[in-house]
Design a protein around this ligand. Structure first.
Ligand SMILES: *Cc1c(COP(=O)(O)O)cnc(C)c1O
Length: 217
């Protein structure tokens, strides 16, 4: 599917949900994709990208940013504390804040570098043991602690619903947690369900394979 097709579907979903045009930011998930496909998207005007690994992003984005300095980069994969500083230096948004120890490391890195990436807390809406993210029952306390102890502004919440369940209830749960905590951003919806996510309030959709084609691991 072309970038124009995906953008068209996003605009149509915004309109269908009675939301203003441009309410939803398309994050083009470029992990594992060949450089040529990423360059094609950049040349077509796409400027917001998502990567799930710090190391991989560090290998390709500094070079691309020399040519496209207005790119915005989101980290959407789990972040180890020993990579917090590198992540703060490289990314404009970190969507996977999910534990106090990581919050502390990010606060240190932000103080040391003077950079302040937008922070999204990841919520493990399906309480899956193998998945990152704060548990739904712990989310309110975690958000409050991030605000109180580190002075963080939490820009949004992010979730990856379980693959084997309908996504709708997970999107609704994430939206509820955001609403009761006064959080504006909702990063939810991927290639197969971004329109449904937009209907349920997504402000950021993370689209990879629908945009770039299948990932060849
Ligand atoms: C890979 C990835 C995506 C994109 O998935 P597609 O199904 O290819 O659109 C979205 N979010 C996260 C967190 C991912 O790791």
């Amino acid at each position: 599917m072309s970038l124009e097709d995906v953008r068209g579907r996003i605009r149509a979903a915004e309109a269908a949900a009675g939301r203003p045009e441009g309410a939803v930011t398309l994050i083009a998930v470029s992990k594992v994709q060949p450089l040529a496909r990423i360059e094609t998207a950049l040349e077509a005007g796409q400027r917001v990208f998502g990567e799930n690994k710090v190391q991989e992003a560090a290998g390709k984005w500094p070079g691309l940013r020399e040519r496209f300095p207005d790119v915005t980069l989101h980290l959407i994969g789990p972040l180890q504390t020993n990579k917090a500083k590198q992540a703060v230096a490289l990314f404009d948004a970190i969507q996977t804040l999910d534990r106090p120890k990581l919050a502390a490391k990010l606060a240190d890195a932000m103080a040391a570098t003077g950079r302040a990436p937008a922070l999204f807390a990841q919520v493990n809406t399906g309480a899956e043991p193998q998945k990152a993210g704060v548990l739904p029952d712990d989310a309110d306390a975690f958000i409050a602690a991030c605000r109180r102890y580190y002075g963080f502004e939490i820009a949004g919440l992010m979730a990856i619903p379980p693959v084997d369940e309908p996504a709708g209830p997970h999107f609704r749960l994430l939206a509820e947690i955001a609403a009761r905590n006064g959080i504006a951003g909702l990063s939810m919806g991927m290639s197969d369900d971004f329109e449904q996510a937009i209907a349920l309030g997504a402000t950021h959709v993370r689209v990879g394979s629908a945009l770039f084609g299948a990932r060849a691991y």
